[in-house]
Design a binder for this molecule. Sequence first.
Ligand SMILES: Nc1ncnc2c1ncn2[C@@H]1O[C@H](COP(=O)(O)OP(=O)(O)OP(=O)(O)O)[C@@H](O)[C@H]1O
Ligand SMILES: [Mg+2]
Length: 466
Amino acid sequence: MNLPFMETGVILIVDDNPNNLEVLSEALIDTGWEILIAVNGEGAIAQAEYACPNIILLDVMMPGIDGFATCKRLKSNPKTCDIPIIFMTALSETVDKVKGLNLGAVDYITKPFEQEEVLARVKTHLKIYNLSQQLQTQNQQLKQEISERLAVELQLQKLTQELEQRVQERTFQLQQAQINLVQQEKMSALGELVAGIAHEINNPVNFILGNLNHASEYTQNFIDLLYLYQQYYPEPEVEIAQKIDEIDLDFLIQDFPQIISSMHKGTKRLAQMIHSLRHFSRRDDAAAKPTDIHEGIENTLLILQYRLKANPERPAIEVIREYESLPLVECFPGPINQVFMNLLANAIDAIEEGMGIAHWGLEQGFCQPITPKIWIRTSLKAQSSTVTIQIADNGIGMTEEVKQRLSEPMFTTKPVGKGTGLGLSITRQIIEEKHDGAIWFVSEAGEGTQFWIEIPLIRKESQPHS
Ligand SMILES: Nc1ncnc2c1ncn2[C@@H]1O[C@H](COP(=O)(O)OP(=O)(O)OP(=O)(O)O)[C@@H](O)[C@H]1O
Ligand SMILES: [Mg+2]
């Protein structure tokens, strides 16, 4: 007889009765299976462990340890616990059948044996055992596959995260590079324009200034000469007397030098302004150089003068300077001036926005008039070899939302055409990256804003190596 589901196999028959052993062996011999025999429990346990049979037919009543005790021990041994056990009991022993099944047996066959039945039951259980083994193997494979897939998925997740992070980093770098580019282009174009205009104006202004010195001297000479005439010819001709009256000579003599003097003052201021413009747009910035920070601030303020003056919407902005004596700071003067320009322009914008609201509040009668102010404080921290520049305003201040979004490049609360939202990003870059400095601020909506910048007196690259 063939067992198509399992070509070869081992079957262990355990019985102390030689008759039974013979009958069973006969019943199973044609299957082509290897048949092992044990005549007591101990022998069965030893053989099961050694030969690993595919099924065990186990008698209940045996001398020494009986079938139940043998079954218990087989089930508690990891090597033999999975081998299906079929009990062999007498027909009437119902209690034994239940006990055997409770101990983990898969079935029972009753004595006297029916050959057909024995074969059928053994076949069925072998099939079940075989299928369950296959299932277990498949299960194992499935588990293995799942864990492999999970590992791949985890790897994939990790890679995706890394990729996302890289994209973010690259995007940030790109944004920074774009900002730099825009800024460089803007500044070089503006710088060139300003420097060009300043240069063109400089010559005629110097020319006027120089000539005004002569004009003032000549005027004085003319006046002296007139006085001499008056002294020697106190009674002039009628026509001359009439002309003196007509032109109000006394007033003219008094006013003319004053006109020349104010022209002189105005032109000197113009020359100063040109000097500031040329300094502000310095293009000789390839290397850091010892720089007077206060001069930079003053130049910037001079350029912003037109915005600080009073206008129909508000009084003049008062600039309060609290300068400590500072040494020259090794920095890039052009970019540093740009920082002052950005922070001061922001302060003026904030004040104007604040004044708009205050104006409305005044009209409504619940607001005190305030004087718009900008404080500029400088200090030297000898201990850390840094200088600190504080620029504060009593403008509109920043809401929590504005403060949180401030690190976003291109963030602005100003209308299109007025603000690009680049000022602070550029400022941060100039301070942190170009100068190894720090920048921070405190702001309260409706109260004003204070910015601090801190830069080292000497740049790292130029410090001697220790
Ligand atoms: N002193 C300040 N007081 C109140 N808000 C400020 C002040 N400085 C900056 N801000 C806020 O931060 C935003 C971003 O400033 P940033 O200088 O970067 O750009 P901007 O001034 O809007 O435009 P840009 O400087 O390019 O002309 C401003 O729009 C404003 O809302
Ligand atoms: Mg700005």
